[in-house]
Ligand binder design. Structure first.
Ligand code: AMP
Length: 216
C-alpha cells in the first residue's frame, strides 16, 4: 500500500502523474483538493461558495477550510485500506504540519519543472468533462481529435476557469511564496524525492513503481 504526496507548481504534472500511478496501483485513492473544490463550486455547496472567491483569483483557500476537508476524506475506509495520492495538498507549512497529525506519507515526490514549461502546460490544458482525463492542445492531444482516449466518449473542450494567463501567473507566484518551508519540512523528515521535469506519460509501469517506492 502506497502513501504518496505529489508536490509541485501548478502545471508541474501532478494530476497526470496521479492518473499514471492509479493505472499501476488500481485501488489507491487519488485525492485532489483542487478537484474537490471544483466539484463543490459547481454544485454551489456552502464549501464551494466560500472557496470560489479564492480559487477564481488564484489565491489559496484558507487553511482551516482545506485541512478539515482533507482530514474528513482521509479518515474514510478506502484510504485506510488502499493508501492515497495527495495531489495539491499540503500547500502551506501549517497544512503539512497538521497532515502529519492524521496521516503519514511514505514518499513526497517533488515535480520540478521550469517556469516557461509550466505556463505552456497550463494554458494548453483541458480535460474530458466525462472522466476528467487531462490533455494539452500542444503537448498531449487525444489520438482522435474529440474522442477521449480513456473513456471513449466524445468531448467538448473544457478548460478550467482558473487556467487563464493572469490567474496562472498568480498561482505560480503563490507556489513560489509557500513552497520552500514545506520542502524543507519533508527534506528534514527524509521523505523528499526530486523528479526533474520528466514526461510522466513516457514512464513504464516498472519505472512508476520505482518512483513511488518509500524513501526509507
Ligand atoms: P489545483 O487544482 O490544485 O491547482 O487547485 C485549484 C485551486 O484550489 C488553487 O488555486 C487554490 O485556490 C485551491 N486549492 C487547492 N488545493 C489547496 C490547498 N491545499 N490549499 C489552499 N487552496 C487550495
Amino acid at each position: 500500500m502506497a502513501k504518496i504526496i505529489l508536490f509541485g507548481a501548478p502545471g508541474s504534472g501532478k494530476g497526470t502523474l496521479a492518473s499514471r500511478i492509479v493505472e499501476v496501483e488500481s485501488n489507491i485513492v487519488h485525492i485532489s483538493t483542487g478537484d474537490i473544490f471544483r466539484e463543490n463550486i459547481s454544485k454551489k455547496t456552502p464549501l464551494g461558495l466560500k472557496a470560489k472567491g479564492f480559487t477564481d483569483k488564484g489565491e489559496l483557500v484558507p487553511d482551516e477550510l482545506v485541512i478539515d476537508m482533507v482530514r474528513e476524506r482521509m479518515e474514510r475506509e478506502d484510504v485506510k485500506e488502499n493508501g492515497f495520492i495527495l495531489d495539491g495538498f499540503p500547500r502551506t507549512l501549517p497544512q503539512a504540519q497538521k497532515l502529519g497529525e492524521f496521516a503519514s506519507a511514505d514518499v513526497v515526490l517533488l515535480l520540478d519543472v521550469p517556469k516557461d514549461i509550466l505556463l505552456k502546460r497550463i494554458l494548453g490544458r483541458y480535460s474530458c468533462p466525462n472522466c476528467g482525463q487531462i490533455y494539452n492542445k500542444w503537448l498531449n492531444k487525444p489520438k482522435k481529435e474529440d474522442i477521449c482516449d480513456k473513456c471513449g466518449k466524445k468531448m467538448e473542450i473544457t478548460q478550467r476557469a482558473d487556467d487563464n494567463e493572469e490567474t496562472v501567473k498568480r498561482r505560480i507566484e503563490v507556489y513560489e511564496e509557500n513552497s520552500a518551508p514545506i520542502l524543507k519540512f519533508y527534506e528534514d523528515l527524509g521523505l523528499l524525492k526530486r523528479v526533474d521535469s520528466i514526461n510522466t506519460l513516457e514512464l513504464s509501469g516498472q519505472e512508476i513503481k520505482r518512483l513511488i517506492s518509500p524513501v526509507k
